[in-house]
Design a protein around this ligand. Structure first.
Ligand SMILES: *Cc1c(COP(=O)(O)O)cnc(C)c1O
Length: 349
C-alpha cells in the first residue's frame, strides 16, 4: 500500500542529490568557524534574506530561542500571538531558560497581530512593568492555517515597533512557502525584521537545521548563545550540504505543494460531512473539520484513514491538519480524497 504522510512537512526525507552532497561535503570545526560548507550555507541564506550574516542551528526552536535571548534580557518582555509557535510549541524555553516574560495578544484569522493590539501591549516606562523589547511575527502562520503575511503588513509592524525602539523577530520557519505563495522575494518579506529564522528541514526537505539571519553584530551575539544552549556543532557541514541543495533546488518547486494543497482542499470540499477552513489554501496546509453529523471523532476517523495508508494530523477533537510536501504526488492527493469519501460513507477506507 502507498503511504501518504500528510502529518507535517517535517516528515520529508532528503533527496538523492542531498545525500550525494552530504557524502562529498568539505567540513571543518564550525565552533572555530572553519566549516567551509556551513560558511557557504550561512552566506547563501543571508544573501537570500537580504541580511548581513547568518548562523546555522540544529532546529527552528533553537533559532527562535537564541534570537529572543539575544534581543531580550531577564525580565524583559516579548510580544507574540496567542497561536504563535513560539508560544504554543517551544516548551516555554524563552521563559524557562531566558527569564524572558511573554505577552500574548490575539492572532487574527489571517495570522496577523492587529496593529492596535501591538500598540496597546507596548509598555510605558514604569518601574512596575517589564520592558518591552521585541515583537515576534510568524510567516507562514502555522496554527492559522499556513497563511502568508504580506510584505506591506510586515513593514507596518516594523515601522510601528522601530519607532518605539523595539525589535522585530520573524519566525519564518516556512518563509519560502510565503514567498512563493505571494510571488515576492523572501528578502522583501524579511526586510522589516531585525532577525529572521527559516527551516531547511520542512518543505525544503533537508534532514536537519535552520538558519537565523540578522546583522553581523546580532549574529555574533547569537553564536555565543548557541554555544550556551549546546548548539555549537563541529563538522556539521555534512548537514549544511543538504541545506545548500535545499536552497538551490527546493524553493521554487514549493509551488507544486501549494497547487496540490488546493486540489486536496477542492476535492475534500465536495464531500458532505467536511468543513474546510479555507477552500483555497494560501500555501501547503489544509485544515478540515468533521461536521456534526459525522458519527466519529477525529481520532477514530484518523485511525480509519490510516488503514488506507493516509496519515493526517489530528489537531483537536474534530479537526485535522494536512501538509503537502515533496513526497506527496498527485496520486497521493487522489488516494487521500478517496479515503475520506470512503470513511464518510462508513465503508472500508
Ligand atoms: C516547525 C516550526 C518551527 C521550528 O520547529 P523545529 O521543529 O524546532 O525545527 C518554528 N516555527 C514554526 C512556525 C514552525 O512551524
Amino acid at each position: 500500500m502507498n503511504i501518504v504522510d500528510l502529518r507535517s512537512d517535517t516528515v520529508t526525507q532528503p533527496t538523492p542529490q542531498m545525500r550525494e552532497a552530504m557524502l562529498n561535503a568539505p567540513v571543518g570545526d564550525d565552533v572555530y568557524g572553519e566549516d567551509p560548507t556551513i560558511n557557504r550555507l550561512q552566506e547563501m541564506a543571508a544573501a537570500r534574506l537580504g541580511k548581513e550574516a547568518g548562523v546555522f542551528l540544529p532546529s527552528g526552536t533553537m533559532g527562535n530561542l537564541a534570537s529572543m535571548l539575544a534581543h531580550c534580557g531577564r525580565g524583559d518582555e516579548v510580544i507574540m500571538g496567542h497561536r504563535a509557535h513560539t508560544f504554543l510549541y517551544e516548551a516555554g524555553g524563552v521563559s524557562a531558560l531566558g527569564g524572558v516574560h511573554s505577552c500574548q495578544i490575539p492572532n487574527q484569522a489571517d495570522g496577523t497581530l492587529a496593529l492596535d493590539d501591538i500598540r496597546a501591549a507596548i509598555r510605558d516606562d514604569d518601574d512596575h512593568e517589564p520592558v518591552t523589547r521585541l515583537v515576534c511575527l510568524e510567516n507562514t502562520h502555522n496554527r492559522c492555517g499556513g497563511v502568508a503575511l504580506t510584505a506591506a503588513y510586515t513593514r507596518q509592524v516594523g515601522d510601528l515597533v522601530h519607532a518605539r525602539g523595539i525589535r522585530l523577530h520573524l519566525d519564518g520557519a516556512r518563509l519560502f512557502n510565503a514567498a512563493v505563495g505571494l510571488g515576492v522575494d523572501a528578502a522583501v518579506l524579511a526586510g522589516p525584521a531585525d532577525s529572521v529564522t527559516f527551516c531547511l528541514s520542512k518543505g525544503l526537505c533537508a534532514p536537519v537545521g535552520s538558519v537565523l539571519c540578522g546583522s553581523h553584530e546580532f549574529i555574533g551575539k547569537v553564536r555565543r548563545i548557541r554555544k550556551q544552549l549546546g548548539g555549537g556543532m563541529r563538522q556539521a557541514g555534512i548537514l549544511a550540504a543538504a541545506g545548500i541543495v535545499a536552497l538551490e533546488t527546493m524553493v521554487d518547486r514549493l509551488a507544486e505543494d501549494h497547487a496540490r494543497a488546493r486540489s486536496l482542499a477542492h476535492g475534500l470540499a465536495k464531500l458532505p460531512g467536511l468543513v474546510l477552513d479555507k477552500e483555497t489554501p494560501d500555501t501547503n496546509m489544509v485544515f478540515v473539520a468533521l461536521a456534526e453529523a459525522v458519527p466519529f471523532d477525529a481520532d477514530q476517523f484518523a485511525q480509519k484513514l490510516a488503514l488506507a495508508g493516509i496519515k493526517v494530523g489530528v489537531v483537536s477533537a474534530r479537526r485535522f491538519r494536512m501538509v503537502l510536501h515533496y513526497w506527496v504526488d498527485d496520486a497521493g492527493v487522489e488516494q487521500t480524497i478517496q479515503a475520506f469519501a470512503n470513511v464518510l460513507r462508513d465503508e472500508p477506507a
